[in-house]
Design a protein around this ligand. Sequence first.
Ligand code: ATP
Ligand code: MG
Length: 307
Amino acid sequence: MTDTFQPAVNPSIVQVQSVREPGRAHVLVIGNEKGGSGKSTTALHIAVSLMSDRAKVATIDLDARQGTLTRYIENRAAYLRRKGVELAMPMHAAVMASGDSADEKARFEAALEPAVLGTDFVVIDTPGSDTHLSRLAHTWADTLLTPLNDSFIDLDLLARIDPETLKVVRPSVYAEAVWKQRQIRSMQGARPVDWIVMRNRLSSLAARNKRDMGTVIAALAKRIGFRVAAGLSERVIYRELFLNGLTLLDLKRGGGGIGPSLTMSHVAARQEVRDLVAALNLPPPDAAAPSAVPETAAATPDRPTAG
Ligand SMILES: Nc1ncnc2c1ncn2[C@@H]1O[C@H](COP(=O)(O)OP(=O)(O)OP(=O)(O)O)[C@@H](O)[C@H]1O
Ligand SMILES: [Mg+2]
């Protein structure tokens, strides 16, 4: 392994649906060193979408200090208690950073192991910065999903772009980090990661920025080896249900006792999430997997503590 970034000439990206290792969950890591790109929002929406297809899902929050995903799931549990309704819940764990790599590795693996053995999919939310826990998670990813705001500021962490020609000058920090984690994974004999970049907060307007971003991302995909998913539009519904821990995938026509009633705009948003999940090409749930019902409370060993 060399320390110099070599753009993949023939990137080893997975072009077909991934195959599940029998009895083990498929690990989906949501990662981007850029903060605020929509990782936690995407993680929850994908988890709920998979659960609505009757898959058993575990979620792991590696950004436990901020704890957005953990709060989302706690809010969901509280909503169910308050309203006396039933909704699928993931097995959830949060792993707090400690600054000690060996300790972080041990606690991450302690959270991951039961999740991998007891569910179909493990969805891991990572912080918007380069941390040891995040790097570790990237080496476990069967699928890596990188949400990217439709902005050249966000794209700057993937590649330097020539302002005159919009050509890719060179890959930058996050692309290099993924490349290194790919190498570690391949040295461990694991299958190549399927890396997918999704555009987030897409404007409904056909603005020049949106078109230019599309052109540059398509060129970059070939250069550094990822697939591109259409992603999610800018919509209030992706954020307004946070306090109740719901997503638009939980809503029903006429209300049905859960959150606001489903509107036409929600139906379009729901399709967007479903299309995103389909674009991930995840393996189907494991029919032979253990049928234990995940328990959220018991599986939360490392809740963030104050201070
Ligand atoms: N498609 C969307 N439409 C509207 N708002 C969105 C969308 N995606 C994310 N947001 C909002 O953008 C903000 C950042 O989203 P989120 O917290 O999911 O990002 P993140 O990548 O997890 O951030 P961090 O790096 O800080 O963990 C939040 O206010 C969220 O509600
Ligand atoms: Mg987050």
